[in-house]
Design a protein. Sequence first.
Length: 256
Amino acid sequence: MKPVKLAARIALSLGIAASATAITMTSCTEQRANPFMEPYGTKYDIPPFESILYSDYLPAVEKGIAEKKAEIKAIAENPEEPTFENTIMAMEKSGQLLSRVTRVFGALNESDGTPEIQELSETIFPMVSSASDEILMDPKLFARVKSLYDRRDSLNLEPNQVRAIELSYKSFVRNGALLSDADKSQLMDINKQLTDLYLKFNKNLLSATNEFELVVENEAGVREHITNYNTKLRVEEGDMVVAGQKLTEGSIAPKE
């Protein structure tokens, strides 16, 4: 079942199309490597879903956040004058491990919200949200971005590079970079509350979706039909229907 997509503020790029996926839960007696810890090395860089265990996600996220923070710190404290390469491109290239694991986890959270994934999301999403806030409210990092933004028309950059600088600057500003320390702290608290509410809403939505059923009653008795979670019904409770009438929108619909 598909819960609501997490707000883009968390900065998770969830571009991977998730298909039906079997997560192997068998325990291994021999040493095994976490599939997220290194580049996949697969055709088209497709994640090795068959090798991923639920226990792989949290360690990869924790290490990924630590690596990204270290990389961002190096960018922010770079003594050289800000350039497109050492600031914007450096930020873009940072956090490779975190990107790998959050893309897969986010895709599965949207398409296959198992109890294990739901439990992990209650830990992982707040962690990622908090780390994102720290980065986007880092005054040293923002100072480098602002320096480029203020000089963007005099740096002889390509139009796409200027656009990237403008988008980066707007992202920082919209996520609190210009706020006072007190207001930044308040915004972090609000973002934490929003993340918690998102998780609660998704959990309730998934539960309600799983309980949905379409019941058609006639003289022959009661028949139940399984429908997709986003199916739009063409009938309401108490409506009279006839044999062959479409009960739902779409090409696949139960008929009676």
